[in-house]
Design a protein. Structure first.
Length: 401
């Protein structure tokens, strides 16, 4: 590998890239903006998360392929990272069910076993689901109060992530050669892309809810897997030399895809265009950001390593969990406090308050709930066996961690 582009520490131990936390920050900000404004393309931030997760998790699995207890180590570390906050949230909701008059329903129950992305498939019309099935209702009219919702629909991405953990280790551990893992990742991208093309034109009214199904998001994990496997095999030098160009071209592609989306909404259909064009281009952008983030002297890496980005990225899991939960309540509070204000003022105030609340809860969660469990992960550190010319060791992460 060209020493001028070799990531620091590769082949010599654990390596931390601040830019990766910056990537998480950019992605979570995009999702936040999507939920709190009229801008409708922030959902592409989810794709960035999934690609980054595919990259990090594939790297973790590659490094532990020869470890005797690799399965236990992997799942214990994932459990300690993901479960405490997620199950802690639901435990609090259960304890407050009587106080808040929470209206549980069969759709909500799918969130508990990480199957929330299937609510849209199982309930409602053909693909849709009523708001009451997706979110948690409380203070019902029957009790003489106005009806409100705790918004938990965004938990579908956590379900996709957990379902990914169930089968991806087999794809990495099963082949005898790492090159076969690379071929399987590329094959996954091709197969899923063809499946998307088929499903997109399966019916005249293409249901956008299909993007929540894990089999149709596996290509994004595979994009990250391709990058991780190439880095593991020592092929990252060329990628890094072209990383800034890759980011620039794909960023232009994402902008163009979003702009022309409105033009194709009545012809091809906005959902189809997003499914077939916007998401894949965003996946390529995410790969570019990851590769550029490993080259500390690159413009992209320096920008993503900005301290506020890094700090937000470090608590991004908690921020993601909390950012939209109280959105409806904050909006109603702003209605009360800013009665008669313009819609712009209302939206700005809602976003600022929502951001502050989510940030505060994420900081508290990371410090007092997540960190104690993260320390326990040291007991399950993978024993790296050096069989390949170059090994990239980076911290593990959840999709929104």
């Amino acid at each position: 590998m060209d020493e001028s582009v070799r990531p620091p520490g590769i082949g010599a131990g654990r390596c931390y890239f601040p830019a990766f936390d910056g990537i998480r920050a950019v992605a979570i900000l995009a999702v936040f903006i999507n939920h709190y404004s009229v801008l409708s393309y922030g959902h592409l931030g989810v794709s960035v998360f999934l690609v980054l997760s595919g990259f990090l998790i594939t790297g973790v699995l590659l490094r532990s392929r020869e470890q005797a207890d690799k399965w236990k180590t992997f799942y214990m570390r994932r459990t300690l990272r993901i479960f405490p906050l997620y199950w802690g949230f639901w435990l609090v909701v259960v304890c407050l069910t009587g106080v808040l008059h929470v209206m549980w329903n069969r759709g909500n129950l799918l969130y508990l076993p990480y199957a929330g992305n299937m609510i849209w498939s199982f309930y409602g019309g053909r693909w849709g689901a009523p708001e009451a099935m997706v979110h948690l209702g409380f203070l019902p009219d029957a009790a003489g109060h106005a009806r409100h919702f705790l918004l938990v629909g965004h938990f579908w991405t956590l379900a996709v992530e957990e379902q990914f953990y169930l089968f991806w280790p087999m794809l990495v551990f099963w082949p005898k050669r790492v090159e076969t893992v690379l071929r399987l990742c590329v094959g996954t991208i091709v197969v899923v892309s063809l499946a998307k093309l088929g499903f997109a034109f399966w019916s005249p009214g293409f249901p956008s809810e299909m993007v929540r199904l894990t089999p149709l998001r596996c290509d994004e994990f595979a994009f990250g897997g391709v990058a991780a496997t190439l880095v593991y095999l020592g092929k990252s030098g060329r990628l890094m030399r072209w990383s800034n160009w890759l980011v620039g071209v794909s960023l232009v592609g994402v902008v163009c895809a979003c702009v022309v989306n409105s033009e194709f909404a009545t012809k091809l259909g906005g959902a189809r265009w997003d499914f077939l064009v916007s998401l894949p281009v965003t996946d390529v952008l995410a790969v570019g950001l990851i590769v550029a983030g490993m080259a500390p002297r690159s413009i992209v890496a320096r920008g993503l390593s900005w301290k506020p980005f890094v700090r937000l990225g470090q608590i991004s899991y908690g921020f993601y969990v909390f950012h939209d939960v109280g959105h409806a309540l904050v909006s109603e509070y702003v209605d009360w406090q800013f009665a008669g204000a313009s819609q712009v003022v209302h939206d700005a105030a809602t976003a600022l308050i929502g951001f502050g609340v989510a940030l505060g809860l994420a900081v508290l969660s990371f410090r007092y709930l997540e960190t104690p469990f993260l320390r326990l992960k040291d007991r399950w550190t993978a024993k790296v066996v050096v069989l390949e010319p170059v090994i990239l060791e980076v911290p593990e992460a959840a999709v929104i961690a």
